[in-house]
Design a protein around this ligand. Structure first.
Ligand code: SAH
Length: 230
């Protein structure tokens, strides 16, 4: 069983619409769509925005549906000049940029007593994602790199610069690293797929509103292709 998580309805509605043999189950105020997508057993769910929603959602996918892979799809802010609005970032790893216990000697984003800063995406899954992306979205860039997540919409040059200095990230969003950590705790391979809706700077909120739909177009095409290829 493959778990597919998007934070918002816009990110998963069209994937849900392509499912067959669907049953819907409610848990933790989330609707889990269980059925088939391109012949594969899947559960598609809208987690809600932010790390807590994302982690709760992932744990339910693990416990109730025994998923053996998790795909997180959605939009994100670019943190690299070479990554344009509309491009896709495929996670190499993910960390929570708002974890901060450096006063005890931990590295920035290191989770105390867990011994980890970041969580590594499944290599086979991410390589396959890149291949599929080049096939179905040939007109855009696909970039493999680090995703940083936090409970904040990043929309200033100062915050963006801090993230870049500390973590050398490719994009920022609000769920991926929580899903990554929950997958790591449960030993489930994952990949985060994010299309760029904004540049996480002073224009981010304006850009986001204009480009969200176009960015999601690219992830929907990609996730459909990836599920077919898995
Ligand atoms: N427009 C929505 C809020 C979106 S919050 C509303 O009005 O309710 C932003 C969502 O997109 C989150 O799910 C996050 O994962 C992603 N995202 C895109 N750009 C981001 C950025 N610059 N910083 C943080 N998250 C971003």
């Amino acid at each position: 069983m493959l778990g597919i998580i998007g934070a918002m309805n816009q990110e998963v509605d069209r994937l849900k619409a392509e499912m067959t043999e669907v049953t819907i189950e409610e848990r933790a105020s989330m609707s889990f769509y269980v059925g088939k997508l391109h012949g594969k057993d899947v559960v598609i769910v809208r987690s809600g925005v932010g790390k807590v929603n994302a982690a709760v959602c992932t744990q339910i996918l693990a416990d109730r549906y025994g998923v053996d892979k998790v795909i997180n799809t959605g939009v994100a802010g670019s943190l690299q000049a070479k990554i344009d609005i509309g491009d896709i970032v495929v996670s190499t790893d993910a960390l929570q940029h708002d974890v901060e216990a450096t006063v005890f000697g931990y590295a920035p984003a290191e989770i105390p007593q867990l011994g980890r800063v970041s969580f590594t995406a499944d290599e086979d899954l991410r390589k396959l994602t890149v291949v599929c992306c080049r096939q179905v979205n040939p007109e855009i860039g696909v970039h493999e790199g680090r995703v940083v997540s936090g409970d904040q919409f990043v929309s200033s040059d100062a915050v963006k610069a801090r993230l870049k200095d500390l973590f050398d990230p490719y994009c920022t969003e609000m769920e991926g690293a929580a899903i990554a950590q929950a997958c790591w705790l449960n030993d489930i391979p994952f990949v985060i797929i994010r299309a760029i809706s904004d540049k996480a700077d002073g224009s981010a909120q304006m850009d986001y509103d204009v480009f969200e739909a176009q960015a999601i177009e690219h992830t929907v095409r990609l996730v459909n292709a990836l599920v077919s290829a898995i």
